[in-house]
Design a protein around this ligand. Structure first.
Ligand SMILES: NC(=O)c1ccc[n+]([C@@H]2O[C@H](COP(=O)([O-])OP(=O)(O)OC[C@H]3O[C@@H](n4cnc5c(N)ncnc54)[C@H](O)[C@@H]3O)[C@@H](O)[C@H]2O)c1
Length: 337
């Protein structure tokens, strides 16, 4: 395939970004976009080219080689089903769904059809993430604290649990994804929300959430999420191993060890370009660097949903099962340990 013909479903903020990146690649043609809001699609087409299609079927019939699914969390599911039925490779924006059941259903279809997929966890393309992995290769992580402390994003669906899944699922998922890569799989989470929405009319999400995490490999950690500020305070991880402290964010890595402190800047725009480059090259058959295919994002989504479920239901949850953990014994040790 010389040129990859791409269609977009959803024409909002993140679709605009993908359209800008993709039209900067010489071997990509933006065929068009469909959006339930025709005006949003019109703006995208005007700025980046391609045609407006009133529905996904029309977009697929135009002969696209790959589809970007850039819809809000609540709209995932039916879109992916149509794209998968048409046998097209698909790039899905995170989070992969508003809930776990939808994501599991789509994950099963992706596995059944062996569809080429990628998910927009672009932090995985930061070179400082690779650097952190190398530094931790011979030193087991003891403790990690992840945080996403921010404002409420300016999209109307974000403050409604049924639309977004809440801040942990919608936003802190980037941090949870890195936590899995750099520390390991989480065996169990216990989370608390404050039960109070952020100061936005109609909001029904927890404004702050904290979670305690126990990893399969024995490491322990925390996650903190907040959307009560007017600015982005911090989003990233602090990792402790024997004689090593790492502070990792989208814009850089700070390493502290016996040799002192070193700082390494990161290139978030480069990572946002790389995630698209890797997908397009895989579709064209000239690359093999998709770091987060759908099944990998599904594992991150299970963890995010486990945190949200634990906070909502007030019980420990095991992400792998999506179920409550076994009850605590009289000694205070969980029965499954
Ligand atoms: N990876 C990243 O860094 C990153 C950055 C921004 C947003 N996102 C994710 O992208 C997703 C979308 O965010 P956004 O900021 O673009 O939201 P947005 O509200 O700006 O845009 C979403 C668009 O999807 C359209 N839409 C809704 N339902 C649809 C449907 N069934 N079919 C077609 N179009 C539909 C809406 O009309 C809207 O134009 C969110 O899940 C968000 O988390 C990811």
């Amino acid at each position: 395939m010389r040129t990859c013909r791409v269609g977009l479903v959803g024409a909002g903020g993140v679709a605009q970004r993908h359209a800008r990146v993709l039209t900067g690649f010489e071997n990509v043609e933006l065929v068009g976009v469909t959006d339930v809001a025709a005006a949003a699609a019109g703006r995208l087409v005007e700025e980046h080219g391609g045609r407006f299609f009133p529905d996904i079927d029309g977009l697929l019939d135009a002969g696209v080689d790959a589809v970007y699914v850039c819809v809000p969390p609540f709209a995932h599911g039916p879109v992916e089903e149509v794209v998968l039925a048409a046998g097209r490779p698909m790039f899905v924006e995170k989070p992969v769904a508003v809930d776990l059941a939808t994501a599991e259903r789509i994950g099963a279809l992706v596995a059944e059809r062996r569809t080429l997929t990628a998910v927009g966890h672009h932090w995985r393309y930061l070179h400082v993430v690779e650097q952190a992995r190398e530094l931790l290769a011979d030193r087991p992580v003891r403790m990690v604290s992840g945080a996403w402390l921010d404002k409420v994003p300016p999209v109307d669906w974000w403050c409604h649990r049924d639309s977004s899944g809440g801040p942990v699922v919608e936003q802190a998922a980037h941090v949870l994804d890195l936590l899995r890569v750099l520390v390991g799989e989480v065996a169990e989470v216990t989370a608390y929300g404050d039960g109070n929405p952020p100061p936005v009319e109609g909001a029904d999400i927890d404004a702050v959430t904290v979670a305690a995490l126990r990893f399969d490999n024995g490491a322990v950690g925390t996650l903190a999420s907040a959307c009560v500020l007017g600015w982005k305070e911090r989003a990233g991880l602090e990792i402790l191993a024997d004689g090593l402290a790492l502070t990792l964010a989208e814009d850089g890595l700070i390493v502290r060890d016996a040799d002192g402190e070193r700082s390494y800047p990161a290139d978030p725009d480069g990572a946002r370009t790389a995630v698209d480059r890797a997908f397009i090259d895989a579709v064209r058959g000239v690359g093999d660097d998709i770091r987060v295919p759908y099944p990998e994002a599904l594992a991150t989504h299970r963890l995010a949903c486990a945190v949200a479920t634990s906070a909502r239901q007030g019980r420990p949850v095991r992400p792998a099962a999506g179920e409550p953990s076994t009850t605590t014994t009289e000694t205070g040790v969980p029965a499954h340990v």
